[in-house]
Design a protein around this ligand. Structure first.
Ligand code: C2G
Length: 132
């Protein structure tokens, strides 16, 4: 059984998120997703996600191609997570291309193309501009 792992915030869940999760799962038989914690987001981006970690974990876990979800509390612990969850393949969006290559001793590292034209930031901006 090939175990695939991926990581992300998955805030304001959208079709780009579904696309990457489905494609990640297609690379193996079992998909594990590390959902980044509120604290990790705050330390990385200086703001909290719109949806809190409990809600984001619930939503990602409800996607049918996802088999297991856990809270990613630190970027530095990726190697540890890969071992703990016995990952064979690490999938990341290509916005992270090259950044995770050094984990290839634990798992095969695969970058998948992002879905064009949609992002959490753009969705938030669109909503802000709307008055209906
Ligand atoms: N994604 C995508 N297409 C989009 C938007 C996002 O394929 N239009 C992918 C990203 O490349 C990422 C995943 O969906 O692989 C989750 O995206 P984010 O929530 O933006 O994740 P990020 O904040 O980059 O968190 O340990 C790393 C971090 O937890 C990654």
């Amino acid at each position: 059984m090939v175990r695939v792992i991926t990581f992300g915030t998955f805030d304001v869940f959208h079709v780009g998120h579904v696309n990457i999760l489905e494609r990640a799962r297609e690379l193996g038989d079992y998909l594990i997703v590390g959902v980044s914690s509120d604290a990790l987001n705050y330390s990385k981006k200086g703001r909290y996600p719109v949806f809190n970690e409990e809600q984001r974990i619930r939503m990602v876990g409800a996607i049918h191609c996802v088999n297991e979800v856990f809270l990613e509390e630190s970027l530095e612990r990726k190697g540890e997570y890969l071992q703990q969850y016995k990952a064979d393949i690490l999938v990341m969006g290509d916005d992270w291309r090259g950044k995770f290559d050094h984990f290839n001793t634990y798992a095969k590292v695969v970058y998948l193309p992002r879905t064009q034209g949609i992002s959490t930031t753009e969705i938030i901006e669109t909503i802000k501009k709307r008055n209906v």
